[in-house]
Design a protein around this ligand. Structure first.
Ligand code: ATP
Ligand code: MG
Length: 564
């Protein structure tokens, strides 16, 4: 393709509205343009790369027996009402004004509605159905370029099985396919067990990419490879010790002591003896949560523990429920509260907590002796440096981007939409489903997050929009032009996809900068000096290594380069 005739609007300055490297570089390299918040146009170069990512994904989906569908984005709202997901998605779902239609944010409902009418016998199962289609989500804060779009391509697949063993097989097939796709795309990823959240299923794993631009947080262990989403991450931190003797409970005066650090200082005791109280409301029930010292509560873990939504208490509410303000609240003497405790405190005695009276605390609480506890759960947020739960090496806490998600859905949607099949005994049973998603734009943007330098993007052969970037340096030199033109022809004849910078109105320096910015793996530089001695220069974008080679050997060189 000739740059002189084609539309690749590169920009040298960093666009001020783009905050993360992939967004900046996709704009600068002429891959995308923003239309409105979270909505992007893919220009020809960007779309070419996106299609390469789709091809890798499609290839691996086909390899596990996936069958590709094309499903509508316009969905009747009643279908989503049947599964309760109009409410579950809330404002994230786009609604149409002039018809009872919504724009599909995912496709479990549509898949189920097809399965219900056609997969009626165990003999029709299993199936893997997938599509690479536009999804619409009214993301509240789209500020990471195409990593979080309001309209984006998702590869979503669904396994449909008669047995739970079948679901396990299809889940594992997807996990393997995802590893292959992301490896082929050149992404350095890790896999975490995730919380199943609002989707309501059993096992689930996320494929994550470590990146400062990530909106998720994970813990990773460089020692053994343990990795987990913060929503479920644990560490091997010591639990509370149990002292040999449980002392008698006493009220102590603690004037002007509010925080855990102040209390620690005031009482001159170790943090592990302090039980911090947090109060939430779940529907009409007040919940007291006890955490050790300064341990931070993880709200996702609390949500899993409580099983349904909760909210923080307002200060007035807190006072009327407990008789005290935050900082003086504790588990002793509360009426009508559900009390749940972080596992790290399990077995603890001689603990100090609020007295439900401002400026007072209670000392020597024995959790077993003094409180009726409704449950112990892992509720704390892991901190960097804590020992890995598997190998005890220090954990790192990193920002990460979710590339893909695999998920054992079970029968939630088939039950809701009555997608039943008849088993061997003629008994009606719900189809067992799995759901598996990948953000296609994220694959591309994530690759850029991991593969760029100060000059631009550094593509690998798998995602590069063209195999080689042929640069005709001096467009006023006849010999240069004729050699460049003949190389362009010859390479195309050898089925090499060439981006040919044949522009005669820009300087050589400008062309070199564009080539580095766009980032095609191999540059062929046809300049006056080398051409006069029968040579051209080959430059590897990733290593910067340059080779001077004979013009007649170019095709051979390129072939070898592309194999590597
Ligand atoms: P996130 O937590 O980042 O919002 P999600 O949990 O909502 O992701 P899923 O519903 O599991 O995502 O969707 C499957 C995949 O689709 C994700 O793993 C991600 O790669 C991609 N994806 C989700 N939301 C977006 C978005 N707004 N823009 C681009 N890709 C997205
Ligand atoms: Mg989301």
């Amino acid at each position: 393709m000739r740059l002189s005739k084609n539309f690749i609007p590169t920009v040298k300055e960093i666009p001020s509205d783009a905050l993360i490297p992939s967004h900046q570089l996709m704009l600068r390299a002429g891959m995308i343009r923003s239309l409105s918040a979270g909505v992007y146009s893919f220009l020809p170069l960007g779309y070419k790369i996106l299609k390469k990512a789709m091809e890798i994904i499609r290839d691996e989906m086909d390899a596990i027996g996936g069958q590709e569908f094309y499903l509508p984005a316009l969905n009747p709202i009643e279908l989503w009402e049947e599964t309760g997901r109009v409410k579950a998605f809330g404002d994230t779902m786009f609604h149409l004004k002039n018809r009872p239609l919504v724009l599909a944010p995912t496709h479990e409902e549509v898949i189920c509605s097809i399965a219900k009418n056609h997969l009626k016998s165990y003999r029709d199962l299993p199936q893997i159905w997938y599509q690479i289609q536009m999804k619409f989500r009214n993301e509240p804060r789209p500020r990471s370029g195409v990593i979080r779009g309001r309209q984006f391509f998702m590869k979503d697949s669904y396994s449909l099985d008669a047995t739970w063993e079948g679901l396990d097989v299809n889940y594992d097939l997807h996990a393997e396919a995802y590893k292959k796709m992301f490896t082929r795309a050149g992404l350095k990823f890790f896999i975490v067990g995730a919380s199943s959240g609002a989707m309501g299923g059993s096992a689930s794993q996320e494929f994550m990419l470590e990146s400062e631009s990530g909106e998720d947080t994970c813990t990773v262990c460089d020692g053994c490879g343990y990795a987990a989403n913060m929503e479920v991450a644990t560490s091997a931190l010591q639990k509370a010790h149990r002292d040999n003797e449980s002392k008698a409970i006493t009220e102590i005066s603690t004037p002007n002591v509010g925080t855990i650090d102040e209390l620690k200082e005031f009482l001159k005791i170790e943090e592990r003896y302090l039980a911090k109280s947090l109060v939430f409301m779940q529907d009409k029930t007040p919940i007291l949560v006890l955490m050790m010292g300064n341990d931070q509560l993880n709200e996702s873990k609390l949500l899993s523990a409580l099983g349904s939504d909760f909210r923080s208490c307002h200060p007035d509410e807190l006072k009327s429920l407990t008789g005290a303000d935050a900082g003086s609240i504790g588990p002793i003497g509360l009426q009508g509260f559900k009390i749940i405790v972080d596992r790290r405190l399990q077995g603890g005695n001689n603990l100090v907590s609020g007295a439900n009276k401002n400026d007072y605390h209670i000392a020597n609480i024995d959790l077993q002796r003094d409180i009726k506890i409704d449950g112990y759960f892992d509720l704390r947020t892991v901190n960097a440096g804590e020992p890995c739960p598997k190998c005890s090496k220090p954990l790192r806490v990193v920002n990460a981007i979710e590339l893909g998600h695999i998920f054992k859905l079970g029968t939630k949607y088939s039950d809701a939409l009555h997608a039943y099949y008849l088993d061997e005994n003629g008994k009606e049973k719900p189809i067992i489903m799995g759901s598996y998603g990948i953000g296609v734009e994220r694959v591309v943007a994530c690759f850029i997050e991991q593969n760029n330098d100060k000059n631009g993007i550094v593509w690998n052969n798998a995602l590069a929009p063209y195999h080689v970037h042929l640069i005709q340096v001096n467009s006023n030199n006849e010999k240069v032009v004729s050699i460049a033109e003949s190389l362009y022809k010859k390479l195309q004849e050898s089925l090499v996809d060439v981006l040919f910078d044949d522009r005669d109105d820009v300087s050589p320096g400008f062309k070199f900068k564009d080539a580095d910015l766009i980032g095609i793996p191999l540059q062929i530089i046809v300049g006056e000096k080398n051409v006069n001695s029968g040579n051209v220069e080959m430059k590897s974008r990733s290593t910067g290594k340059r080779d001077i080679i004979e013009i007649s050997k170019v095709c051979q060189y390129v072939e070898k380069f592309l194999e590597s």
